[in-house]
Design a protein around this ligand. Structure first.
Ligand code: MV4
Length: 589
């Protein structure tokens, strides 16, 4: 077994790996960017080494800096977590070349599963089929028309070298084929640096169901059960559960067998996940994730296995000590991701800042995996997943009620979180009935009325009053009161709104609006990233709050909105452009 593991990651997953290492008596080495010097994963590790830099590219994606930390620490193994270098074969080879163990699959397996076309071919060779489609890259609209005529419309065009789901275009009929190809190629190039695309049948209401596998270096491959990750928005998962609801056991067995075949097909070793789309009783291979996933804890809770411990043992060359028939699936587990985002109006705007209060849930069947404690800051430079709440109960309804109870107990101030949206999803009749699909959150769930109050207990209104919560006792009975009181530190000049809303003291840091300053016609971006889409054109009239363009930053898509009504006078960027914080993307007059 290893004696010293370097964790090439940050946040909750670094904390997760450190915990199991400690339980196994393995020394842990953290690495950190300049912003993370005091971060929780650094505080919990036995040793920590600076990578320098603030952005991910300068730090957690800086191979030389990480290799230097491996050398200095004398670590005998590297756990990559998820994201960053976890699925990068060059990084894995650089580690292995040093005689240090990469706690993950062989680089060659990552390469096979690294793009959609080669993974589809590998799966198909062992009889595991994707959505019916073509495996060859598309070159002309005629091929789409031919495919649609044969298989029916709509069809999906996907980026061959994409991952994580961007770049899919739905083509509804022959007349959309030419535009579809053109925009799919452009997006594939902008996102993945390669324009190759391919076509397949479009599924209208699929669920995303993925199968966890474990493979050792002794030819043992096991499936550990599925996770239903259909509750997601713009390819960011919000809630995951295991087992998948309304999922026949015969399909589960067949999906497990298929996942094992795909795993064997690429010479895999490590924990891994095979993703499928599921619709009308049939499942279709999507891709394989060659890493530990964010949602792995729900599988841990229903199987009782520690996936990180098995990753470590497998990487150290140990065999799995149990067989397929020994795996027991008990009860139901649900995970909710807590992101530092403001879901008001369904916008999910990033909400970086300092966490001023963090009360975690506890009690029966509750696990919390957090990368932060009160006093820590969530940076705009990294993924804004703060923590995961995971519950186990005997059945789905009990788990759902337990999760709602756990979320009620959770109090986070200083940053806005996705919890209010999670509560709406968990309470919705469609979620209860499990009739949702991957399109449900975006197409059916209505979050337009959702408004998250600033969470620091000091909500400033236009009239300058602030909300204070106080306790009162009336004849021996305790009451919690909400009082709207004048804010002594707040000066209101003239009419409501004249006193610059937002100027009240103690305003939550890291405001959640991604629009420009009030009334300004200059629409600016709040952080560096890539412009994905422009939604308006010059001369068009826009309303307050209307989305001008979509900005991708830290894997998130953010709506950049106008704070002024008027006419678009100028658009300064186009899709694919890189922008920096504060750059003006459009002018509204
Ligand atoms: C599809 C599909 C419907 N039909 N393919 C999007 C991410 C990428 N990895 C696969 N995706 C989809 N492929 C066909 N032929 C619907 C989706 C899809 C989706 C899949 C998994 C999780 C979330 C999703 C959200 C929207 C669309």
């Amino acid at each position: 077994m290893f004696t010293k593991v370097l964790i090439a990651n940050r946040g909750e997953i670094a904390v997760r790996v450190i915990r199991t290492c400690r339980e196994m008596g393995i020394t842990t080495v953290a690495v950190y960017s300049e912003l993370d010097r005091e971060a929780l994963h650094v505080r919990l590790a036995d040793e920590a080494y600076a990578l320098g830099g603030e952005t991910a590219a300068e730090s957690y994606l800086n191979t030389d800096a990480i290799l230097a930390a491996v050398d200095r620490s004398g670590a005998d193994s590297v756990h990559p977590g998820y994201g960053f270098f976890s699925e990068n074969p060059d990084f894995a080879r650089a580690i292995t070349d040093k005689g240090v163990t990469f706690i993950g699959p062989p680089a060659a397996a990552m390469e096979v599963m690294g793009d959609k076309i080669s993974s589809r071919i590998a799966a198909s060779k062992v009889g595991v089929e994707g959505v019916p489609g073509r495996s060859e890259p598309l070159t002309s609209p005629d091929e789409i028309v031919e495919f649609g005529t044969e298989h029916g419309w709509p069809v999906a065009i996907k980026a061959a070298y994409g991952g994580g789901g961007r770049g899919m275009k739905v083509v509804n009929g022959p007349n959309e084929a030419a535009d579809g190809i053109e925009s799919a190629q452009r997006e594939a190039q902008a996102y993945f640096g390669r324009p190759e695309i391919y076509v397949e049948r479009y599924l209208g209401w699929p669920r995303h169901i993925e199968m966890q596998v474990l493979a050792d270096s002794h030819d043992n491959v096991l499936w550990l059960g599925e996770r239903d990750c259909s509750s997601q928005r713009r390819h960011q998962k919000l809630i995951e559960e295991s087992p998948a609801p309304d999922f026949p056991d015969s399909v589960r067995q067949a999906m497990g067998d298929a996942a094992v075949k795909v795993t064997r097909a690429c010479g895999y070793r490590n924990a891994g996940t095979v993703e499928f789309l599921y619709q009308d009783g049939e499942f279709y291979f999507l891709e394989m994730n060659t890493r530990l996933q964010v949602e792995h804890p729900i599988t841990e809770l229903v199987t009782g296995l520690d996936l990180v411990a098995w990753q470590l043992r497998i990487a150290a060359g140990a065999p799995l000590t149990f067989g397929q028939d020994d795996i027991v699936h008990r009860g139901h587990a649900i995970e909710v991701r807590i992101n530092a985002e403001d879901p008001s109006g369904g916008r999910f705007s990033p909400s970086p800042g300092t966490i001023t209060r963090f009360i975690a849930p506890a009690g029966p069947g509750v696990r919390i995996d957090s990368g932060y404690e009160a006093g820590d800051s969530v940076s705009q430079y990294y993924d804004n997943l703060m923590a995961k709440v995971v519950v186990w109960a005997e059945d789905r309804e009990a788990a759902r009620h337990r999760m709602l109870r756990a979320l009620e107990e959770t109090h986070i101030d200083g940053v806005a979180t996705t919890i209010p949206a999670d509560v709406l999803i968990l309470s919705h009749p469609d979620f209860v009935a499990a009739t949702h699909s991957t399109r449900w959150v975006e197409d059916t769930l209505d979050l337009t009325e959702l408004r998250v109050e600033p969470a620091d207990g000091e909500d400033t209104r236009d009239d300058g009053r602030v909300l204070r919560e106080v306790t009162a006792e009336v004849e021996g009975r305790r009451y919690s009161l909400k009082l709207w009181v004048p804010d002594a530190g707040y000066f209101v000049a003239g009419a409501p709104g004249g006193g610059a809303p937002g100027a009240g003291r103690n305003k939550r840091k890291g405001g959640h609006s991604v629009a420009a300053g009030a009334g300004s016609g200059s629409v600016t971006v709040p952080m560096q990233g890539t412009i994905v889409k422009i939604l308006v054109s010059v001369g068009e009239s826009v309303e307050v709050g209307q989305t001008i363009c979509v900005l991708e930053a830290m894997k998130m898509e953010n709506a950049v909105n106008s704070e002024k009504a008027g006419v678009v006078a100028e658009i300064k960027v186009s899709a694919g452009d890189s922008v920096g914080s504060g750059d003006v993307v459009a002018v509204v007059q």
